[in-house]
Design a binder for this molecule. Structure first.
Ligand code: THU
Length: 160
């Protein structure tokens, strides 16, 4: 038997420890939760991306009464950014969420597997790692690449 290990790196920071660029992105992600369409789960997720050209774009989760037809905030935002700017790398992504009480979650929001896969595709597409900030009122988790969120990925080499 062979054992395969992977080490992932997560830093936990307070809001005060963020750079001004990171704080700006966090504010955009928090703002975006207020435009979320989540009548079924009442879990409002906001995402914001920083592009290599300095532009910030944001999005949120969009639900549907046919549940699987909805989409998470991360994918809504990444697809929007890539459709607007197909040649501009995404350098940073931040997500924040408010639960059914309307409060921001105390624990950092953790992206679903499908969104992690899309984050990795975006990294490969532009050959550039994306710094990811996961906001919680108790602290902010930061990883420097989506690889830290999905260390064993399905990649295009598997298609050959
Ligand atoms: N959701 C996101 O938008 N991002 C995540 O990382 C986790 C979950 C959404 C999907 C659904 O609209 C609601 O949160 C509850 O799962």
């Amino acid at each position: 038997m062979e054992e395969i290990s992977r080490t992932i790196h997560i830093r936990k920071l307070t809001e005060d420890e963020l750079s001004s660029e990171e704080r700006q992105l966090l504010n955009a992600a928090r703002d975006a939760t207020y435009r979320s369409y989540a009548p079924y789960s009442r879990f409002c997720v906001g995402a914001a991306v920083l592009l290599d050209n300095g532009e910030i774009l944001s999005g949120n989760n969009q639900e549907n009464c046919a549940f699987p037809s909805g989409l998470c905030a991360e994918r809504t935002t990444l697809f929007y950014a890539n459709s607007r700017h197909p040649d501009t790398p995404v350098t940073m992504l931040c997500i924040a969420a408010r639960d059914s009480s309307g409060q921001f979650t105390s624990s950092p929001i953790s992206p679903c597997g499908g969104c992690r896969q899309v984050m990795l595709e975006t990294e490969h597409r532009f050959a550039k790692p994306i710094r990811i900030l996961l906001y919680g009122t108790d602290g902010i988790y930061i990883v420097n690449s989506a690889r830290d969120l999905l260390p064993v990925e399905f990649d295009s080499d598997s298609l050959v």
